[in-house]
Each structure stands twice: as structure tokens, then as C-alpha cells.
Design a protein around this ligand. Sequence first.
Ligand SMILES: [Zn+2]
Length: 248
Amino acid sequence: MNADAQIILTCTFGGTALRLLDAGLDARAYEINHRAAELARQAANGRALIAGSMGPIGRMPLALGAVTYAEAVDQFADQARALAEGGVDLFSIESMSDIAEMMAAIEGARRAVDLPIFATMSFDTNGKTLLGITPTYAAIELTKAGVAAFGANCGRGPEDVAAILQEMRSAAYGAILIAKPNAGIPEIRAGKAVYSTSPARMALFAREWVRSGARIIGGCCGTTPQHIAAIREALGGKSAPTRQQMIR
Ligand SMILES: [Zn+2]
């Protein structure tokens, strides 16, 4: 928080019950999401908005037919309800590769509560998502879905983001765009993931994201408070819209 972030995310990326099943924690999904939201609120202490993080169920369950669309909606609705009751201000649905799963998450979040939704996909495979979704297609579908903001998160690093955003902006002029890339591609050193992009380099790219239309800026995997502080300094504190602008 001393990095002066304006939005912080809950640690609930893998918080759907189906995803928690892997860890044997599916029965505690409500408690985990609710508590994570409470803890984030406490930590922010009024200085930042709290975004409830919602990531993929995992293993492409819709594309592979392991769950139905309605089941996926239920999963995300349950998670969103727990996050909302824990006190989040908005939802950040992120790292999606499958547009159908993204739509299920949006529908689930809306079923639970009326809060702003940020929707980002991971364009990590030659400029597309793993399932071949292009930034143009994502922008068109997410505009139709009427989310508060959309863009790119995770992925291969800060270098790819400007081109993705420019494509999105061409397809959806006037949309509030989000840039939240990884701090580079992780290398495994001594069993640990190490990210190579320095805070200064990330901040340099952040200016480029803004020129490409981003109005909500952050970092995904490998991002440290130092990265966020460097970005804030580089952008002069103009990285996030107000709560009023976010709520449609
Ligand atoms: Zn990431």
C-alpha cells in the first residue's frame, strides 16, 4: 500500500469451488473468498478500492466440455457473492483464455450483485489467447457485455501490451482499457520463478500503455510494490478512473 496503489486485488484468483477442489478446499470456498475480501479491505483502510479477483476455473472446462455454461455461471456467482459480502468494490475477472468462460464469469458476477466489472484476458500466444481469441474479438464481445473496463493481463510481459491495446481501441473506441501485464516471462532458477522486468523498465512501458489508451494500469505475475511505485511516479498519479467513472 505504500506504493500508493489506487486499486488492490484480493488473493482469490483461484477461488471458485471447482478450482479449490484440487486443494480439497471446495467446501470452504465461501469462507476463503469472504475472508480474503475482508483482509484486503482492512489492509487498504480506505486508501484504495478493493477488486475481487476472479480467475479461470482451470483446465478449460467449457471448451473441453467438463462443465456446462450454466454450471460455470453458478461457480462464478457463488464466488462473486462471497467477495461482495466480504466488501469488495468491484470485480476483476482476469487471465481468461476462453471468451465463453469470461462471459460465464460476467453473468455470474452480475447475478450475485450489481458492482462494476473489469474483464481482462491473457493474450500470451502470438498475440492471441491460448484458445485463439484476438484482442479485436475480445473488445467487441466485452463491449457488448457492457463491462466497466476491459483489457489485457498476465501474458508474456510489458512489451506486448501496447499493440494489444491499440487493437482493442480500434475495435472499441472510447472503452476504458486496462493494462496489467506480467513483469516479463518467468525463468525458473533454483526452483523459484524469477521475473526479469525491472520496476524502471515496467514504468517506461506504462507510459506507452497510456499512449495506447490504457486508463487502468497495474502489474500481474512478478510485479512487486516497487514496480507499482515506479509506475505511479512515471504516470504522475493518473492511472485510475474515479469510482464514479467506473460505475456505469
Ligand atoms: Zn499473471
